[in-house]
Design a protein around this ligand. Sequence first.
Ligand code: ADP
Ligand code: MG
Length: 293
Amino acid sequence: PSTSISDYERLSVLGHGNGGTVYTARHRRSSANPPVVALKIFAAAGDPSAAREAEILALASDAPHVVRLHAVVPSAGEAPAALALELMPGGSLAGLLRRLGRPMGERPIAAVARQALLGLDALHALRVVHRDLKPSNLLLGAAGEVKIADFGAGKVLRRRLDPCASYVGTAAYMSPERFDPEAYAGDYDPYAADVWSLGVAILELYLGHFPLLPEGQRPDWAALMCAICFGEAPEPPAAASEEFRDFVARCLEKKAGRRASVAELLDHPFVAERDAADARQALAALVAQADDL
Ligand code: ADP
Ligand code: MG
């Protein structure tokens, strides 16, 4: 049965982004499963990022750490008008950080890192690169689940090492070789760029602010160019554990060729499987705390 936006009753706004607005929405047919979804409505008809996101989610949204696509709401043109997504009750990690009003500890961060890596592992196995990983694109379940969302900048590579250096995604989280491809010619691996972005996001959760610039500085292009391409990679402070410091350093290796792969990072002691249940519980506790604030 064909769906239309009018099949959904919008209840509240979950978030705004570049391309449109995400609402909690209830399907008007009471037997619909699930009854409530996150409805991402694209602002511009024919938005190419909408088509990209629908294509990638159709391919990848069965993966446990990728947000699930329930329905594509078609438009008159080729690109969808909206996507009905699994509602993630904890919101994004950017929202969690804001509501907490303080940085996160290493244990809940380990849960984020491990699950984001599992998500990336599944995506990369399908030759999908995300190209816009950041806290606002990592979503939380009530039990400390983490899922990758927002595939508006993503790409399905035709071959494993297709170049895909085009300037999409958020500049602040862009790896050196994507930010300045000419300076890093010959040092390009599309999957490694996602690892860099994950490293920046993880360090942001620990510090409580964007790690590459002094707190409060505007992330304009020149400041980012200096910080990402000319500066030293940022590090956690000396007070952090050796494991965390090493994990972040392996992600924020400026040379793509020397950066850890997703598979290597999944073997890193910071995200060890034996601690995964504990870490998830610590993250779930933070989500519950933020709910009460
Ligand atoms: P954009 O492409 O505009 O950035 P996103 O897909 O990142 O759109 O969604 C924007 C924001 O909406 C997210 O940062 C998050 O806060 C919220 N959001 C998006 N999808 C969901 C979802 N499935 N469940 C809960 N919140 C969501
Ligand atoms: Mg987004």
